[in-house]
Design a protein. Sequence first.
Length: 369
Amino acid sequence: MKNYSIAKSRRLRSTPYTSRIEKQGVTAYTVYNHMLLPAAFGSVENACEHLKKKVQVWDVAAERQVEISGKDSAKLVQLMTCRDLSKSKIGRCYYCPIIDDDGNLVNDPVILKLADDKWWISIADSDVIFFAKGLATGNKFNVKISEPNVDIIAVQGPKSFDLMKKIFGQEIIELKFFGFDYFNFKGVKHLIARSGWSKQGGFEIYVQNTQSGQELYDYLFQEGKEFDVKPGCPNLIERIESGLLSYGNDFDNNDNPFECGFEKYVNLDSEIVFLGKEKLKKIKLGGIKRKLMGIKIDLDKISITKSININDDKGNLIGELRSACYSPHFKKVIGIAMINEPYCKASITGKLEIDGNSFTVNVCDLPFI
Ligand code: THG
């Protein structure tokens, strides 16, 4: 497949780390929240293997923050998510489906509670800020909504603990999963969370002081030499193997949280008020008619740029493949597909066509590992 370069402009925002990752050999970008998000530094397979063994530093500034502060901020944040945040704690992150009035997904951010009246919504690729502003205006909420200058550096991989300990000391590795705190780097405090879009362990540094963040970015590479640190980015293979879902790829505003396996983040039994609550109760009562499932195909490569239909032998539609990659671990193609009832079973097989050739698809449960 021919590749095309990406035309940069003000609208396609750069990050404070862009010049650095370009020197370090970024080979592909994707666009995320109207911003450059690195998608590859050479081979994605080699990067996956490295991520599973060592440590990588990622420019994930495209994970933008929507800051909501003010007297009604907790009310507004709760209105947007089906996850019960009434007992949420300052210093914790929460993975929260954002739901619209139809009970469909708007985004799947990590929400950080900075104070009782200050929250960051660390968004996936959709314009949550306008959704929040619309709701605030319509409800006459007393809130301030903005996109602050926060540019996340993720440090991911098993050796991230050694590297972060070397720079920030023992306290940083005592952070609990999805906890955050403030840590000093050469006189500047940075909010650091134990989180990140890989299942290999790691941290996310929410950089507000750009200059200090850039210094820290360079320092991570200087101090990380002994751990074989490399520049990296969210890895397609690792995230599919780990079952980390991607808004816009695996699911979007036409899907509800039950179809996407988010039921553990849907709280319908408490008194909380959120958009789409009655709709979700109805959906739960009626049961879902399709679900995200894993698939496996005996193939050694695949490239997905749109959904691909999966059919049974008689030509009936089983579902659609939405993301896929070749997995060196499974030695076949694995993917994430929206599968229709009555085919949502791990034993089901189907067919899919790529470039006029037909391949057998095996449906399986998520996550793969
Ligand atoms: N970190 C931050 N912001 C983000 C992402 C991130 N914004 C965009 C995108 N990623 C949002 N999507 C996800 C999806 C999964 C997770 C985090 C963000 C995740 N899930 C864990 C899991 O599935 O095991 C934990 C979920 C839980 O609490 O149970 O980490 O990566 N800042």
